[in-house]
Design a protein around this ligand. Sequence first.
Ligand code: NFS
Length: 648
Amino acid sequence: MDEKRIQSIDIATVEMLEKAQKEQISTVFSRADEMKPCPIGVEESCCKICAMGPCRLPRSKKDEGKVRKGVCGATIDTVVARNFARKIAAGTASHSDHAREVTETFLKAARGEAQGFAIKDEIKLLEVALDFGITIEERSIKDIAIELGEKALQEFGKQHGQLVYISKAPLKRQEIWKKFGVTPRGIDREVVEIMHRTHMGVDQDYVHILQQATRCALADGWGGSMISTDLQDIMFGTPVPVLGTINLGVLKEDEVNVIVHGHEPLLPELLVTASRDPEIKRLTEKVGAKGINLAGMCCSANEVLMRHGIPCAGNFLQQELALVTGAVELMTVDVQCQMQGLQDVSACFHTKLVSTSDRAKIEGAAHMEFHPETGLDTAKKILRLAIENYPNRRGPVYIPHHSRDIVAGFSHETINYLLGGLFRASYKPLNDNIINGRIRGVAGVVGCNNVRTTHDAAHIAMIKELIKNDVLVLTTGCSAMACGKAGLLTPEAAREYAGEGLAEVCEAVGIPPVLHMGACVDNSRILVAATAMVKEGGLGDDLSDLPVAGAAPEWMSEKALAIGQYFVASGVFTVFGTTWPTTGSEKVTRHLFEEYEEMYKGKWAFENDPVKAAWLMIDHIDKKRKALGLEKARERVLFDMAMRRELA
Ligand code: NFS
């Protein structure tokens, strides 16, 4: 263990880690100190897809100059490409299975069979129905919604043709996808095909394997994730800017604390409704608590924060620490990013850990399954269990008193409206400010925390560097939460941290320099926003022409790789930090880091230093500005005093 390792830059996290250490509670941080990553696995030089291995193929002196091969003859390039593709399949499957659950619930809601759910955003329903080619005319909202639900569900099992949302992308982009044979047909089909192609003895050409990885990732970004976002918006409301609070300090000593953790916002929505039920309130008073305090964790937190202003307890690496407070009566978990370690931590306190999805159980945890037909009843049952558990707190609780105010909920629709106004909603002001150079470009900084690097540090260092240099940042997931805790999600942050040009624009519109766009599936909102920029005009005719870049500096999950791959295949230069999973093969890495630029006009990069990574992004943005003939405009903004006076 490295004694000097800084575990987190977040003070609430540091305080709770001290408590956990004192009380000898195992957390992801202590377990990471005890277990070094496998050096062969880190570079993905290991093949275990058949029982003749596992074959270990790390670089070694004795093999220098030779092609490393497994016992079946599979080259290191095939092995690394297979491993990479399988991760993308898993990431796509995760987002898309979430989308399937949402779609099935949506269909039940449309038919009036989902307890507590309704169609909230009728305007978005009509817009999305048009995308799906559904006739609107004089039809009822119910009819349209049912047809949309049915058509959306078909996207998963479709075998031929292309996904509906593919035609939302700029035409030039669609042509590139066609040219390289990566236009996704059906969501499930692309995932299944990766699993088949990477089985022993099937696809054994790394370029060809990665082609399918790209097609699968596009089925995530322009398929599963986009369907989730759209149908969730229609059912629960499209987010608009909302004031919220973030960090472990949102937990309350004298209230019943319930944390919703996971990803699918279905049950969390109903928990919000149930927490306002008079009977639940009465029960809360009966046990002597001042109220019910619902708080979010991980991407579920982003969902309920954006739509209801529900406080957010923290991001990925804080999940166990929330329980270490001893103040949490109950935590619900559904799917993804939930550590099994939660069960051990909850057992140290009175906390009830409750799994709620029929696809995920945790050994030892209670299980109360969510089904749309009885969702509200289940939500109330869960809250009753939490209330009954309030008197069982063991000893004094300790809540770190750190939390920050944030503004979240910048959907594509909101940005459109904020910039252009209700009657002439448009991206023109954003494009104009990019063209005149006040805004240098736009970066999407997203993704996880990873315990192998200081919690939140890379997100914050990278984003501060970007906004200081007039790059507007769009953020989601754990990155968005890191920004909230560091005070970057308020309009005031523009004056404090942003460069002069970006600050001027943010102050004029009243927005933060970093826009919280939601959960990880909402990275699809970034694709939609970028497409709107292209369609607005003046910045080229493809996503790859835009002065934009993407990053996930603290990634850890397979979903992050799927996201990165669809960003890259959509023409976006994308930088990852912490670790890179193809270092075992120079050919695979060269293909993704260099040859992709020729093919998809977007490419991957890896840089562990977040400030250097920010500069890779800024240099790329400047390169794109130059190609658009915009470099002069920025020089004027930076150096022309008359223009500065005019701005003032
Ligand atoms: Ni996305 Fe990473 Fe998980 Fe959300 Fe957080 S860890 S890939 S940001 S909570 S999905």
